[in-house]
Every structure is written in C-alpha cells, then in structure tokens.
Design a protein around this ligand. Structure first.
Ligand code: TTP
Ligand code: MG
Length: 360
C-alpha cells in the first residue's frame, strides 16, 4: 500500500494573553506582567517572558507570583480580545487548509499535506503563517512541523518564543529518546509521577518497557505510550472536534465553607452560566457542579435529565441541590464552577474553551 507522509503543523501563540496586553498597552512592554492573579487570591492565567525569568507561571496564585517577582504588574484578562485574535489567526490558517483542529484559543493543528497554496514543504507553510500572524496581529507564535501530531506539538514548544522546529521522520526517534517524560504531549502530572516511580525519566527510559508492561501500568493509554515513544501516531487532524462541555467557573477571593457564604456566589455563576448557554445556543442534559477544595482536591457532582436543561429555574434548582447535598464533602472551597455536558450541539469545529473568570 502506498503511504504518503503527512505534513502536520502545530501553531502556538507566545505568552498569548500577556503578549496581547503588551501589544495594546505600550507601557507594559518589556516589563514582567501576569494576566489575572490580581488582588491576593486570583490565579494567573499566564505571564510575560520577562516575568517567566523570575519563575512566574500559568495557574500560579497571585501572591506567590508576587513573591517571586515583587515588581510584577497584574493585568485583568480581556477574554473578548483574545477570542478576536483567535478568530484572526484562524482566518490565516484557513488560507492554507481547512483541516484545522484548534486545541485552545491560541493553538491549533493544521494538516497541510495538501494545501491551498500547493506549497511542497510543511516548513515553508509554517514560516509563512508565522510571518502573516506577526504582520497582521502584531504578535508572535511558534510552530512545530512533523509527520504526526505528537511530534508537531512537541516541536512547537522547542524553540519558543518565535521559533520554528521541524522534526523529520529520520530525527524522530533520537528526538523522542532525549525528551523528558514531563514534556510528552499526553502525559499529565499524575502519569509523569507514576512513570518516575517506575524509573522512567525520558523517552529512552520509556522505550525499555514492553507494550504489556505499559498496558498493565496505564491501561489503554499504555498502548498509546508504547507507540508514541516509537514515533507512531496516526491520529488525524480532526477539523470537527466534538465539544463536550460548556461551563463557567470562578476562583473565590477567599476560601468559603458555609452554605450561606457559597450560595450568593453560586447564584452569580448561575447567571453567567445561563448567559453563556444562551449565547452559544447550546444546552446540556447534564449539569455538573465543580468544587475545588482549599487543599486543591477537585470534586465534581452531576445531575442529568432526559431533556436539555434550558430553564434558569431548573438550573438553579439543580445547582443548589448539588451544593446542598455535598456540603459535607469538603471543609473549605477555593473555586466553584458549573458545566453543561451531553450537549445538544456536540459537533463544533470551533473552540472557545472553558471560560474561567476572576473578577478581582
Ligand atoms: P499556553 O499556550 O499554554 O501559554 P502561553 O501562550 O501563555 O505561553 P507559551 O509561550 O508558553 O505558549 O496557553 C495559552 C493561553 O491560555 C495563555 O496565554 C493563558 C491561558 N491559560 C490559562 O488561562 N490558564 C492556564 O493554566 C494556561 C496554561 C493557559
Ligand atoms: Mg501559547
């Protein structure tokens, strides 16, 4: 059988939210900034490269970021602007291919094996896209090019910011062997920890384990790890990724423990949640309440109906009942959220992520 080597490009914007803020406010340029994480409780969404030198990272509590970098400037997020930029870069991608799989607002896989400009090299497509993104949005991105998604994704991270990395089939195995396991796309924190326990630090270590061993340790995913460490990844670029949930969540200003304290916050979330469903014109048969405890445990509790839950009274009643029934499951919480799943419209090529908002 004739097999054609695919050309996959992965594009990822550099320090996305922070770069947009620095672009739109010259006073922030060249300075260490964090988006979100203001006041004392919020969590930063991302940090400018100037702030990263101090160790400031995504998802870091604001107070910790400030400790690491006392001159850090906190900037409130502007999600509508990030969404607009996301649409602009998507417009650029569409000049080359319709096979686009967005992973979040700022990154996407593109299959350019056959592309609208008939450019023979994936690298050339990636370079053109990087140039267009810069010329048209004033922002930089990084690109990875390879024959599969796994390697394209890893490649885009290799020379950030504004970097372009190509991993050819010939270089793939050596590249993967040297790669720390924590940088594997598809290996989360929990899996990485388990792998460390098995003496696996790098791709080379992972490769010493048999398929059976990996399946025993990681179930079905073991098979996936066995393949990717050998550079085998046939997953197609899926232009119609299925959106499975839609939701809203909020990090609290201080940890809360009583139902009296939590109820008004939950009511606010219900308002936003209903607005969001209406705007998306999408509704779910399942509503999930998500609570993150002060010691960072995540609790999720769901309730399903046989019909799509649209009505605000219904949603309020479900959310309140889920809260009430689970008041004994935690001591204090630091985050609360609501999600709709089993959605009416699960087929959706665009993605706008889980909207999380910090008001401070
Ligand atoms: P990333 O692409 O992971 O990060 P980044 O673009 O800020 O930086 P890099 O140059 O390393 O790619 O995420 C894209 C945006 O998503 C980021 O700017 C902010 C948001 N985000 C969060 O809100 N919370 C998170 O925990 C992470 C990782 C990202
Ligand atoms: Mg990025």
């Amino acid at each position: 059988m004739l097999s054609v080597t695919r050309k996959i490009v992965h594009i990822d914007m550099d320090a996305f939210y922070a770069s947009v803020e620095q672009r739109d406010n010259p006073e922030l340029r060249g300075k260490p900034i964090a988006v979100g994480g203001g006041a004392n409780r919020g969590v930063t969404t991302t940090a400018s490269y100037e702030a990263r030198k101090f160790g400031v990272r995504s998802a870091m509590p604001g107070y910790k970021a400030k400790q690491l970098c006392p001159q850090l400037i906190f900037v409130p997020p502007r999600f509508n602007v990030y969404q607009q930029v996301s649409r602009e870069i998507r417009g650029i991608f569409e000049r080359y291919t319709d096979l686009i799989e967005p992973l979040s607002l700022d990154e996407a896989f593109l299959d350019v094996t056959i592309n609208k400009k008939q450019i023979p090299y994936g690298m050339e497509v990636a370079q053109e896209i990087m140039d267009c993104v810069h010329a048209e949005t004033g922002l930089t991105c990084s690109a990875g090019v390879s024959y599969c998604k796994f390697l394209a994704k890893i490649a885009s991270d290799f020379k950030k910011p504004n970097g372009l990395t190509v991993i050819t089939p010939r270089r793939a195995e050596a590249f993967i062997a040297a790669l720390p396991i924590k940088d594997f796309f598809g290996v989360g924190k929990v899996t990485a920890k388990k792998m460390y326990g098995m003496g696996i630090q790098t791709g080379a270590d992972l490769k010493t384990h048999s398929r059976i061993e990996l399946i025993k340790a990681f179930g079905k995913r073991g098979d996936f790890y066995y393949n990717i460490v050998r550079g085998i990844d046939d997953r197609p670029v899926n232009a119609h990724r299925i959106r499975k949930s839609l939701g809203v969540e909020r990090t609290l200003e201080k940890d809360l423990s009583t139902q009296e304290e939590i109820t008004p916050i939950l009511l606010g979330i219900i308002d936003k949640f209903c607005e969001r469903l209406q705007k998306a014109d999408n509704y779910g048969r399942t509503i999930t309440l998500k609570l993150k405890t002060s010691d960072f445990q995540t609790l999720t509790r769901s309730y399903s109906k046989s019909y799509y839950i649209k009505n605000k009274e219904d949603i309020t009643q479900i959310a309140m009942t889920l809260l009430e029934e689970n008041m004994t499951a935690f001591d204090k919480i630091r985050l609360i959220g609501l999600t709709a799943s089993n959605l009416k419209k699960e087929q959706d090529g665009t993605i706008d992520g889980q909207l999380s908002f910090d008001w401070e």
